[in-house]
Design a protein around this ligand. Structure first.
Ligand code: GDP
Ligand code: MG
Length: 275
């Protein structure tokens, strides 16, 4: 049940007199929209008598193409970044499964060489899906592994190559430098079409600050918001997209291979307001 649903019909009736504005703001914050946006939405609804809650929220999502960009000539290179535990490896597997099911040939690359488990996890997904997985030895240079993966995708004539990366190094600067290097090295072989930042949607405002730290260091082209299953913090997606100004392209709704879907603004807003 949406926290906001009790306000939804109030605004459709253009009935501002009975609105408890503090309650509205508190409920927006409880929905994880964040205090700044909550105030902005409440002020707008206060001033614009014909505005509905649904429209006010919907207008905060950016109007951008949410489909994955594909390269002019294959393979389309997708780099997947984000902090540890956000759901990167799982999302790489799910995306590979989705593209594979659509008839595309896919190579996945385990460029998180800091944890042996990361490569094994991706290898397991790849075997289950039936796609090629390229990995390096533990501690191998992630950029070199990424380069090998893209080279193999080119040789195989694959449609997509999806590169999984590490989420944590000794320092944040170290991590950002490494992501920059992976990109530069890969682009000697083929351009990177998408840099997808994976954020754990269940962590709300925390995901927002992680997002800000990545987008200031790497050029992110799209967001993947994971763990939206079982999360009541539905407003986080809105806050993240509105604040970062980067489109959410995909959402993760579970731990299974098929638990990924394109982000659909209209149904998202409808769910948020409980319609
Ligand atoms: N419920 C749920 N769990 C997820 C989702 N995506 C990932 N996970 C879980 O989150 C944990 C971390 O995922 P992982 O892909 O290893 O994160 P990484 O460290 O960023 O590569 C795992 O237990 C996943 O099963 C999702 O959309 N929903
Ligand atoms: Mg991982």
């Amino acid at each position: 049940m949406s926290l906001l649903s009790r306000f939804t019909s109030l605004f459709t009736r253009e009935d501002r007199a009975s609105v408890d504005w503090q309650d509205l703001e508190a409920t927006l914050i409880a929905s994880d929209i964040g205090p700044t946006l909550a105030k902005k939405i409440s002020d707008r609804l206060h001033d614009e008598k014909k505005l509905t809650l649904e429209v006010a929220l919907g207008e905060l999502l950016i109007s951008a193409d949410r489909s994955l960009v594909s390269a002019e000539s294959p393979p389309t290179v997708i780099l997947v970044v984000g902090v540890n535990g956000s759901g990167k490896t799982t999302s790489v597997g799910k995306l590979a499964a989705r593209l594979h099911a659509q008839g595309a040939s896919v190579v996945v690359v385990a460029a998180d060489t800091f944890r042996a488990a990361a490569r094994e996890q991706l290898q397991t997904w790849a075997t289950r899906i039936g796609v090629t997985c390229v990995g390096g030895k533990d501690g191998a240079d992630p950029a070199a592994v990424a380069f090998d993966g893209v080279s193999q995708a080119v040789d195989q004539g694959a449609d997509y190559v999806i590169i999984d990366t590490a989420g944590r190094l000794q320092t944040k600067e170290g991590l950002m430098d490494q992501l920059g290097k992976i990109r530069r090295v890969v682009e000697k072989k083929a351009p990177v079409s998408e840099v997808l930042l994976v954020l754990d949607g269940s962590t709300g405002q925390n995901a927002l600050s992680q997002g800000a730290s990545f987008t200031s260091a790497v050029q992110v082209t799209g967001l993947v918001l994971t763990k939206l299953d079982g999360s009541s913090k539905g407003g986080a997606a809105l806050a993240i997209e509105a604040t970062l100004g980067i489109p959410i392209k995909l959402i993760g709704t579970g731990e299974g291979l098929s638990d990924i879907a394109p982000f659909e603004p209209d149904s998202y807003i409808a769910a948020l307001v409980g319609r």
